[in-house]
Design a protein around this ligand. Structure first.
Ligand code: NAD
Length: 356
């Protein structure tokens, strides 16, 4: 399996280095036959090529079986024109590779229950997977813009649009994922107000008979937001559109305590994917060895599972992370009294040791 590493900016290179080390260790133990290449994205690419997603990077991404990304962005590039900012590189690569399905697990490691903003009894054992549609909906819909009305007042407008086929393909990913987990799928919409989600609900219902082993339910997004913080363990897999998924996945993420623990996957129709931690480039701690590499390491585990079909190695990495936490090792973001403060590379090294 050919893996392209795009480490990006800020803490991106620091956490990606550890994730690659762990992949090497997994390869050594399981004989996975992984090969690697590297390319530039984000601010690092702007500095060299003048654009956040150079053609050479896109070609390398198309040739790879999976992409492991760090993070992009930072204050150094905040002043440049919007269409050339580092973050545009990320949006562009997702769109160019047709990565329409975003999978974000929110798992609370029992060792970190105290780090959650919610009471331990509400969140302990939490294991949710949010499946968000990533290339459609209101973020991409046309027409969009800011215009001047006949009366001289300006108005902003966007279009929330989903075709049946777009809904069907994200629905299939979600049903398949639910089938491999707790077999419950909750589709989140706003069908009481938005026609686009009336169609969303109809298409989800039409898919359900093909997955008789999965129990489908529907929930309005406002209720879903409430339920996520009231009783989050009721959820197994949640599927929703781009806008609602953006917001709900961040809320679910925070149930787990630290953004430094959260991996994500974005998949195309053939299972090729881009894997990245949920966090950004954290310029405030970049270059200081303070970054938590576990989100990047767990993203590498997702890469093996979803693009490589190497579930055993993926599970071994996740268990190794659990053992490192059991041993009391913590980076600053998850450090509590009685645990041992570790830097980025010590954490990565410990996961490798636990793995091998
Ligand atoms: P951020 O996620 O980079 O940081 C938010 C806070 O969390 C900071 O205090 C940071 O120190 C901390 N943090 C993040 N990751 C951590 C880790 N692995 N270990 C320990 N602490 C961690 O979000 P931000 O500050 O809003 O954005 C910073 C830059 O990153 C911006 O340029 C933004 O555009 C970019 N960004 C990129 C991505 C991405 O590449 N996918 C996502 C979000 C933000």
């Amino acid at each position: 399996m050919k893996i392209l590493a795009l480490s990006g900016d800020g803490i991106g290179p620091e956490v990606t280095r550890e994730a690659l080390r762990v992949l090497h260790a997994a390869d050594k133990r399981f004989g996975l036959g992984l090969s690697y290449s590297e390319a530039l994205i984000g601010g690092a690419a702007i500095d060299v090529h003048g654009v956040p997603l150079p053609e050479s990077t896109l070609t390398a991404a198309r040739e790879a079986d999976a992409v492991l990304l760090g993070a992009v962005g930072g204050p150094r590039w905040d002043g440049i024109e919007r269409s050339l900012r580092p973050e545009r590189g990320l949006l562009a690569i997702r769109a160019a590779l047709g990565l329409f399905a975003n999978l974000r697990p929110a798992i609370l490691y029992p060792q970190l229950a105290a780090a959650s903003a919610l009471k331990p009894e509400v969140v302990s054992g939490l294991d949710i997977l949010i499946v968000r549609e990533l290339t459609g909906g209101i973020y991409f819909g046309e027409p969009r813009g800011i215009r001047v009305r006949a009366d001289g007042e300006r108005e902003g407008f966007n279009t929330d649009v989903y075709s049946e086929s777009e809904i069907r393909r994200i629905g299939r990913v979600a049903f398949e994922a639910a089938r491999k987990r707790g077999k419950r799928l909750c589709s989140v919409d706003k069908a009481n107000v938005l026609e686009v989600t009336v169609l969303w609900r109809e298409v989800m219902d039409a898919l359900a008979p093909s997955y008789p082993d999965v129990e489908l339910s529907h929930m309005y997004v406002d209720n879903a937001a409430m339920q996520l913080v009231r009783a989050p363990r009721q959820f197994d897999v949640v599927v929703t559109g781009n806008l609602f998924g953006d917001i709900l996945s961040d809320a679910a993420a925070m149930l787990t305590g630290s953004i430094g623990m959260l991996p994500s996957a974005s998949l195309d129709e053939k299972g090729k994917g881009l894997y990245e931690p949920v966090h950004g480039s954290a310029p405030d701690i970049a270059g200081q060895g303070k970054a938590n590499p576990l989100a990047a390491i767990l993203s590498a585990a997702m890469l093996l599972r979803y693009s490589g079909g190497m579930g055993e190695a993926a599970t071994a990495i996740e268990q190794a992370v659990g053992r490192v936490l059991d041993a009391g090792l913590r980076t600053g973001d998850i450090h509590t009294a009685g645990t041992r403060l570790a830097d980025t590379s010590t954490m990565g090294e410990a996961v490798c040791a636990a793995l091998t």
